[in-house]
Every structure is written in C-alpha cells, then in structure tokens.
Design a protein around this ligand. Structure first.
Ligand code: PLP
Length: 457
C-alpha cells in the first residue's frame, strides 16, 4: 500500500483492496451488523471534497457526521496541530496550559456574559454526561428531562437521554430520565396549526410533564437547540424564552446541547443566539469546535453553576481533558472564523443560495413534504403523499422498508454527492467553507435525485 501523501484523487486499486481487507477483517464499526456493511475506503480530502482509492470524488454534503465545519485538511488547522505537536504534544489536565486556557477564554467570550468556565471532554456524549452530573450536584435532584426527537450521545447517561430509537437496545440504562415532546410544527403532537401555537402548546406540555414527574425531582432539562439528526427542528418563536422561564420557576438547570449546531452551523457561535437573548445554564459542544481534527468536546458553565464548585470539589475528570493538540485546532478554528467571516457567509449562503433553490424544488417535487432550516443546516422531509404527510419511509425504517431513501442516496452518490439522510429526511449540511459553485452543484444533484423519490409518491 502506498504511504506517500496523496495530493488529489488517483486510482490505486491495490491500496483499495488492502484497506477494504484490513477494515472488514479487523475494524468493528459503530451502529452496524458487521457482515452487512461495505464502508467506502477514503484516500484523502480537501475542503468540501473527499475521494476514494478508485479516483472518484464526492462533494461532502454531510460534513462527515456534521462535524467537519472547516472542511477536509484545512491548512490552518493542520498547521496549528503540527506546530503544537512540535511544542508540547500532551500534558495532564491538572496542569495549566496556554492553548487550553486560550481556547476556554475564547469560548466563554462568544457564549455570552453569563458564562465563565469550560470543562473539556473528548466529545459530545461525555460533555452531556458531565453537564448532567453538574446539574445533579448543584440541584441535589437526579431526574433529567429530554425530548423524544433527540440524540445526545452513546455513553450510559447520554444514550438514556437520547430520544430516538438508538436508545432502545441500551435500556434500561440510567433510569432517571423522562422524555417529552418538543415542538415540531409539521408533525405536531399538539395539533397546532401555527408556529406560535406549537410553541405555546409545547411549553404547556413541558410544564405538565414537570408537574406530573414531580418538579422537586428534576435537576435538568437537556435540549438540542436545533434538533439535529432527528430533523433540523428549530425552536418556534418564544419557545426558548418559555423554557428559560419554566426552568427558573421550578429551579431546573437548562442544558443546551449544541454539539451539532454550535460553532457556526446556522451562522451563530451558538445556535441559541439566533432565537433571542435567553441564556442556558450549561452549553455542551464538540464537533465544530475544531472540526473533529482531534477529538474535543466540553461544557460551557455559567457563573452560577461554576461558583457552586468554588469550594466543593467537582468529582469528574478525563485523562485527555483539554488535550493540547485538540485545543490548538480549536484556537485555529476561532482565528479562521474571525478572519474569513465564516458566520456571515453561512447566514448569507443559507438565505441567498439554499433557501430559494429548496423552495423551488419543493414546488416541483411531489415527494417534498416540507423544507426547513437556516444557515448551512437544512432538512428536506420526504413524503409519499403531501396531503396525508405519510413519510416516504416509515419511522425507524431499515432494510427493504428503507429502499426509497436508499435509492435517493444511490442517485446522489452516482453523481458524486455524499448526502446525509435519516429516516425520511435528506439533510443539507456541507462544510461551512463550501464554495458557492460547489453548493449550487450539490443542490442540483439533489434536485435530480429527488426525481427518484417522486417515483414513490
Ligand atoms: N449531541 C448531539 C446533538 C449530537 O449530534 C451528537 C453526535 O452526533 C452527540 C451529542 C454525541 O457526540 P459524540 O459522538 O461526540 O459523543
């Protein structure tokens, strides 16, 4: 197998065979029946594109797992990691470290006035674990509420918090979790017929859930600010303000899970900033903080919560908390965002390039039930019937049931687009550095692939 740096797509079928053999022989993959998968061997990437060993390129409309915000092999991030590796590759979390402190200061500055400290983790799940732990210690209450349509990670408490079917096989995990319905106007659990009504009714339902679960037992409510994998569901007007008010009324800690939407996905540092002035008590992040070049996540802690631990020890820690290589890539991320106006370009591309094209597609494709999103984070909800809103594939579909969406995915891939799908939805989540030309090209591929979906209506 070649060990030289590959500067662009070239066919190397020997390498392809070797990577496939090692992978299928020895790598145990996530969320999969091991004999049923055929992972694509990836040889390299640059910006919004990656390529395989056959020399075929893909435009990455998934940002991998919606983490690669600055794209593949961003030169500033690569250089920052290389430089830090030459200075100090690792140091225990108990030491003070320059890049770690620099990154923590920058994160608290962009989070807003009430935020003081950052507890670093290795990713999103352990950020949520530790946020919940903090809330439990501060309130002395154990129960946590989370939404049915949610994903919070795959460690013990994080998978228990998760609302989607990935939780089922892991139950019972942490039993002190109760779920509620978040707002979702298109498939309202509350029979609402406007965003305002959905907001009011979802808040009334949340308060009822708190009362029936016992307010004095509930330490935290955790919510994805914009629900990610489970639908790109933004909070309707007034919802976050209502959550803040309910949390204050009952002494509950609000944890905003910003693992997928933080760091620019919708054109804000943190997504809650797009929906008003209300601040959560704890913010969890990972993914976009350094585009996943080196694993990193964390909890941004408000002064109120942080001060609780001034004299009382926080009983938690990780060997790689605030790893210098990961933090150096995080500091470089801030520099690129500020220098290149990433937040502004995300908002602009969303409004000017994506929104009108998706609206136009929705008029022409009977398989589109709804489009929704902002910035570089959109969902196309596919249906068999626009009137009844019957989804193109059933909830939690797999195998033959999922065939219509698999056919759309195959059509995208055949034209060199790597899409992100979940159940009956196609998400548009490319790297934030995608060029306008690439974005338009990708949307045109989706437009053609939707002809396949139309065939099932
Ligand atoms: N929270 C949200 C909203 C996520 O989307 C994810 C991952 O997709 C996680 C938490 C878990 O993050 P990780 O996979 O880094 O543990």
């Amino acid at each position: 197998m070649t060990d030289t740096l590959i500067s662009g797509p070239v066919a190397d079928l020997d390498a392809d065979a070797q990577v496939r053999a090692d992978d299928r022989g020895h790598v145990f993959h996530s969320w999969s029946a091991q004999a049923m998968i055929d992972p694509l061997p990836v040889a390299g990437g640059a910006g919004s594109t990656f390529w395989d060993y056959a020399g075929k390129s893909y435009l990455d409309f998934s940002s991998q797992l919606v983490n690669l915000n600055l794209g593949h092999q961003h030169p500033d991030l690569v250089a920052a990691i290389q430089k830090q590796a030459g200075r100090l590759s690792t140091i225990a979390p108990a030491m003070a470290n320059d890049v770690r402190g620099d990154l923590a200061r920058r994160i608290t500055e962009v989070a807003g006035d009430g935020f003081e400290k950052v507890f670093f983790t290795n990713g999103g799940a352990d950020a949520n674990e530790n946020a919940v732990r903090m809330a439990r210690l501060v309130t002395g209450r154990r129960k946590v509420l989370s939404a049915y349509r949610s994903y919070h990670g795959n460690t013990t408490t994080a998978i228990a918090l998760t609302g989607d079917p990935r939780r089922w096989a892991n139950e019972p995990a942490d039993g002190s979790v109760a779920h509620f319905f978040g707002p979702y106007a298109y498939r309202s659990a509350f029979h609402s017929d406007s965003a305002e009504q959905e907001s009011e009714r979802a808040l009334a339902h949340l308060e009822q859930t708190i009362i029936l679960e016992g307010a004095s037992t509930i330490g935290a409510i955790i919510m994805e600010t914009v629900v990610g994998t489970n639908g790109v569901l933004a909070p309707p007007p007034g919802y976050l303000a209502g959550v803040r008010a309910i949390c204050d009324k009952y002494g509950i800690v609000w944890i905003a899970d910003e693992v997928m939407v933080g760091f620019g996905r919708i054109g804000e540092w943190f997504a809650f900033q797009a929906f008003g002035d209300d601040l959560p008590d704890l913010i969890t992040f990972a993914k976009g903080v350094n585009s996943g070049y080196v694993p990193l996540g964390g909890v941004v802690i408000s002064e109120r919560i942080a001060s609780h631990f001034d004299k009382i020890s926080f009983p938690g820690g990780l060997t790689y908390s605030g790893h210098p290589l990961a933090c150096a890539a995080g500091v470089a991320t801030f520099e690129v965002f500020e220098r290149d106006g990433i937040l502004e370009r995300v908002r602009d591309l969303g409004e000017r390039v994506i929104a009108p094209r998706l609206r136009d597609m929705a008029e022409r494709h009977p398989s589109i039930g709804e489009i929704r999103g902002q910035g570089l984070f959109w969902a196309i909800e596919l249906v068999r019937d626009r009137e009844t809103r019957e989804p193109l594939v059933p909830f939690n579909a797999a195998g033959a049931d999922a065939a219509p969406v698999a056919a759309v995915v195959a059509a995208c891939k055949s034209e060199g687009l790597w899409p992100f799908t979940h159940f009956n939805r196609l998400h548009v989540a490319p790297p934030l550095v995608i060029s306008e030309e690439e974005l338009i090209r990708g949307l045109e591929i989706i437009d053609r692939a939707l002809d396949v979906a139309d065939g099932y209506t």
